[in-house]
Design a protein around this ligand. Sequence first.
Ligand code: ZN
Length: 246
Amino acid sequence: MPDTGREGRPSDAERLAWLDSGTSYFAGRLAGHDLDRPSLLPGWTGRHLVAHVAANARALRRLVHWARTGAETPMYASGEARAAEIEELARLSPEALTGLVKQTADELRSDLGTLTGPRWAARVRTAQGRLVPAAEIVWMRAREVWVHAVDLGSGGRFEDFPPAFVDALLTDVTGLWERRGQGPGLVLRPDDRQRSWTVSAPPPTGPPDEEGVLCEVRGTAARLAAWITGRGPAPDPAAPPVGRWL
Ligand code: ZN
C-alpha cells in the first residue's frame, strides 16, 4: 500500500493498524455479551448491530472488488436491501452471528491484501455517495469497528481508542460538516491536545459578528469525539446543537 501519510495525516499503515486493533476491540466487547439486549443505537438490539457490522464487511468487499477490477459494485444495491440484509442476519443465533462477524472481517482483511499499487487510488463510492480512493476503505472499516464496539453497550469507551485515531475521527467529522457547509461554526479545543479542529459557520444571515461566530468547545478529545459522532453528551453545556455525522 502506498504510504500517503503527511504531517497531521495518518499513514495508510497506521489506518490498517487501527482496522486490526478495532476488529480485536470489537471482538472483545462482543465476547460473552448478551446480543438480545438493546444496543445503544435506537431500535437495534446487539443482534442487529453485529449483523450490520458483518454486512458492512461484505459491502466493503464489494468496494475492494470494484477497485481491483474496475467493475462498479456498490456497497449496497439500495437502502432497502441494506436494511433487509440486517433484519435477516439478525435472526441468526448469537453463536452464528459471532462466527459471521469474524469470518466476514477475515475475508475483508484478506481481500484488502490483494489490492496493489495503483489500485489503492482507484475511485469507489461510499454509502453516502462520495467518490473516494480505495485506500479510504481501510479508514471506513476502522471507524466502523471502533465506534460500533461502543454501540454494543458492553463497556466500550472512546477513552480506549488510540489517541491518533480519536484525532482522525475529529478530522473526519469536522471535515464532513465543513464540506456540507452546515456548521455549526465551532472550534473543538481538546484539553489533552496541542491542536484544535474548526468548522466554519454556515453563511451568515445577518451582519457579521465582530468576534466571529465560532463557538469554542473544550473537553477531552475522547469526549469531544463521542459527542460529535452522536455517542455522548456535549462536554460543555454551552456547546451548540450539532447535526448527524453519517
Ligand atoms: Zn455502521
